[in-house]
Design a protein around this ligand. Structure first.
Ligand SMILES: N[C@@H](CCC(=O)N[C@@H](CS)C(=O)NCC(=O)O)C(=O)O
Length: 218
């Protein structure tokens, strides 16, 4: 029997959230330890080669990088695979998952922008990436009817965009109705809703408070 997976996390991290969604969706019991990234514990630095979360401890072994962790979890735990069986489709899913990581960075630049010009630059980058996604998403999920690892990789983005919309970020999906429906389908899942700490909304809005967007919302 495989050991209980143990995730090392930070309560606002979208990359760890990808793994939590995968574990919850597959109904796999797991342990989770939250650390302060501003004050990384020595034991964490000793096991995480890049000093980043997520790290996944499986027995004596520590894995890192969210996409790799998710593939491992999918292969080893909880029944049917969440990755497409066809090698070409699987490879494409991996490529678009990496694209999703660049979108996470653009999103980060958006909600940490200190002035309008940085904000508009990030917004433009995001809009362009959403248009690119509009051309490839099948709907309702990325590959069609079935929720997959790639959806777990994008769901943290959709959750943060929904909160940013409450902060005044409007019209984000105006040109991308398929992406909007994809986001909605992901956010409707219990595994996604339960993938963050109960105080997440408050923490996230607090994080955005001092930024350009936070000032707009005030
Ligand atoms: N490519 C990594 C990115 C992980 C990442 O950037 N994690 C952030 C938190 S959301 C982190 O640990 N940052 C700490 C640091 O860079 O020092 C993955 O997909 O796992």
């Amino acid at each position: 029997m495989s050991p209980t997976p143990h995730l090392i996390s930070f309560n606002l991290c979208p990359y760890v959230q990808r793994s939590v969604i995968t574990l919850l969706f597959k109904d796999v019991p797991f342990d989770i330890t939250y650390i302060d990234l501003q004050n990384k514990p020595d034991w964490f630095l000793a096991i995480s080669p890049l000093g980043k979360v997520p790290a996944l401890q499986v027995g004596e072994t520590t894995l890192f990088e969210s996409a790799v962790i998710n593939e491992y979890l999918d292969e080893v735990y909880g029944g049917a695979s969440l990755h497409p069986a066809d090698p070409l489709v699987k490879a494409l899913n991996r490529a678009w998952t990496e694209f999703g990581s660049t979108l996470l960075m653009s999103q980060y630049y958006l909600y940490t922008a200190k002035d309008e010009s940085a904000f508009q630059k990030a917004r433009q980058e995001i809009q362009q990436k959403l248009v690119q996604l509009e051309g490839v998403v099948q709907g309702p999920f990325f590959n069609g009817e079935k929720f997959a690892l790639i959806d777990a990789a994008y769901a943290p983005l959709w959750m943060r965009f929904a909160l940013l919309a409450e902060q005044g970020l409007d019209g984000l999906y105006a040109q991308t109705p398929k992406v909007a429906a994809w986001a909605e389908a992901c956010l409707a899942l219990l595994a996604v809703q339960k993938s963050v700490v109960p105080e997440f909304t408050e923490l996230f809005k607090g994080y955005v408070k001092g930024t350009y967007l936070g000032r707009l919302a005030a």
